[in-house]
Design a binder for this molecule. Sequence first.
Ligand SMILES: [Cu+2]
Length: 276
Amino acid sequence: MRVLIKALASIALLSAFLVSPAALAEWGYNLPRGVTDISHKVFEMHMLAFWIMCVVALAVFGAMTYSIIKHRKSKGVTPATFHESTAVEIVWTVIPFIILIVLAIPAAYTLIEQEDDSNSELTIKITGYQWKWEYEYPDSGVSFFSTLAEESRQARVIGSDIDVNTVENYLLDVDKPLVIPVDTKVRFLLTANDVIHSWWIPDFAIKKDAIPGFINTMWTKVNETGTYRGQCTELCGRDHGFMPVVVEVVEKSEFNQWLASQIESKESGQQLATTN
Ligand SMILES: [Cu+2]
C-alpha cells in the first residue's frame, strides 16, 4: 500500500512538471525567458537540461520502482548471483557521455558569445559602493548614483509601521535608474570602490562581480523596451539587500534626448558652481 501511495505521489509530482515551458515560465518558479538573445539561449539550454533530467529520472526511478515491486521478497523471488556485465557498463558510460556532449556544445557557443563584447555601440561604467551603484557614460561625461527608492527606504526602517506589501516594487526600486537604448549593444565596465558587489539583471541573463581594483566587462543587447529589475548578488555588508539594480530600456531617440538633458543639467550645474 505504501509503495502504491508513493508511486501515485511521484506520478502527481511529475505530471505537475510535464506542462509546457510557457506555462512553467508563467508559474514563476522557472528561469525567466528574458528579453535578450543571450537570455533566450540560456533559457533554452536550461529547458534542454531540464527535460533530459526528467527523462533520466523517469527511466531510473521507473526501473527502480518496477524492480522493487516485481522482485520483492514476499513474492518468493531469490536474488540473482551474477557479477559484472560489460554490456551494461558500456551502456551506462556511453549514454551519459552522449548527454554531456549534447549539453556542452550549445553551452560552449553561448559562453563564447556572452564574453564577446566587441563591436559595442555604447559603453557604461558601473561602480559598486556600500550600498549603491554609480553609472557613468564616459563618452558624454554623464554620471550619477542610483540608490534605494525613498518609499522602500522608509518602509524598511524598523518601527516605520508601513506595510511593505503596500509598497510597489519593495526593495526593487531606485531613485534614478540606469537608462540604455533598445536594440543597441551596450558594454558594461564593472568595478567597485570598497568591497565586492555583483550586478545582476535576470531578464538580461547577465551577472558579474564588481571587484575593487579590477575592471570586469559584460554586455547586453535588449530587444524590448521596459523597466527591468535586479539586485546586488554578492553579500557586501549590512545593507546588501538594499541596493537594487533598475534599468530603463527606451527607444534610441528617447535615449538621445535623455542623454542630452543630462549633459545640459550637468553643464548648468557647473555654471552655477563657477558663478557662485
Ligand atoms: Cu553590494
